[in-house]
Design a binder for this molecule. Structure first.
Ligand SMILES: Nc1ncnc2c1ncn2[C@@H]1O[C@H](COP(=O)(O)OP(=O)(O)O)[C@@H](O)[C@H]1O
Ligand SMILES: [Mg+2]
Length: 236
């Protein structure tokens, strides 16, 4: 395994008195796909928000490529290649598909990919490039949210619940795109409530319970672990 590109050490996040993340540590090897799974409210989004710099952790450390970015603002982490696709997509509905992509490229000007490259990766967006993003289906909006991150040519992409609320066919398409991203060499941290799908796609998994990592291991082993199966996977 190569050196970790992302290291999260003893992360703690609180909202007032609510301890959302109690003590979370994990590392992500370059080119790897790590899944963070767990119930609603377990702290998954809070981990990604702290890793991406949207919120300041109470304590702990985040390193990107060996460099401590714990105190860096979010825009500097993006410039360094650490890009979040937030929960709920958060695309700008009144702007066109192309304009949303441009905003993603603007966040990482020098390294950004040409718009056309995103249309090759996401053909559905090519047909819709001049339409307001708000007119797209939920699945198409998710593709746009991922494309807006990918146009910045990230080293690490953090995906927060990309399959949430999507029809089964779109869920398949989102996971196919995740596979493509990973095949292109980009490191992926995938947060999902759809634990089975996420663990099938991942090399390594961590199960979050009330702000702490309860189980960790190779994703293939977690898929067989009776405790994980019982609590998170159930019958298929
Ligand atoms: N902005 C916020 N203010 C107060 N509490 C929050 C906020 N965001 C999340 N929480 C709380 O922090 C805990 C973890 O939330 P979150 O990180 O969103 O979990 P997950 O993404 O796993 O569903 C939950 O108890 C949630 O209610
Ligand atoms: Mg969440």
């Amino acid at each position: 395994m190569s050196d970790p590109i992302l290291e999260v050490e003893s992360l703690k996040v609180a909202y007032g008195r609510v301890q959302a993340v109690r003590d979370v540590s994990f590392t992500v090897p370059e080119g790897g796909l790590v899944a963070l799974v767990g119930a609603n409210g377990a702290g998954k989004s809070s981990v990604l928000a702290a890793v991406s710099g949207l919120i300041r952790p109470g304590s702990g450390r985040v390193r990107l490529g060996g460099e401590d970015v714990t105190r860096c603002p979010a825009h500097r982490r993006i410039a360094a290649g650490l890009v979040l696709v937030p929960e709920g997509r958060q695309i700008l509905g009144t702007l066109t598909v192309a304009e949303n992509l441009l905003l993603g490229a603007h966040r990482r000007r020098r390294q950004a990919a040409p718009e056309s490259e995103m249309y090759d990766l996401f053909p559905v967006l090519a047909e819709r490039r001049a339409l307001p993003a708000g007119s797209l289906s939920g699945g198409e909006q998710q593709m746009l949210a991922i494309a807006r991150a990918m146009i910045a040519r990230p080293r690490v992409v953090l995906l927060d619940e990309p399959s949430m609320g999507l029809a089964p066919k779109m869920v398949d398409e989102v996971f196919a795109v995740i596979e493509k991203i990973r095949a292109s060499g980009v490191t992926v941290v995938l947060v999902e409530q759809n634990a089975r799908r996420a663990l099938r796609a991942a090399d390594t998994g961590h199960v979050l319970e009330t702000g702490e990592i309860a189980h960790s291991g190779p994703a293939s082993e977690l898929l067989q672990d009776p405790r994980v199966v019982k609590a998170y996977l159930g019958v298929e």
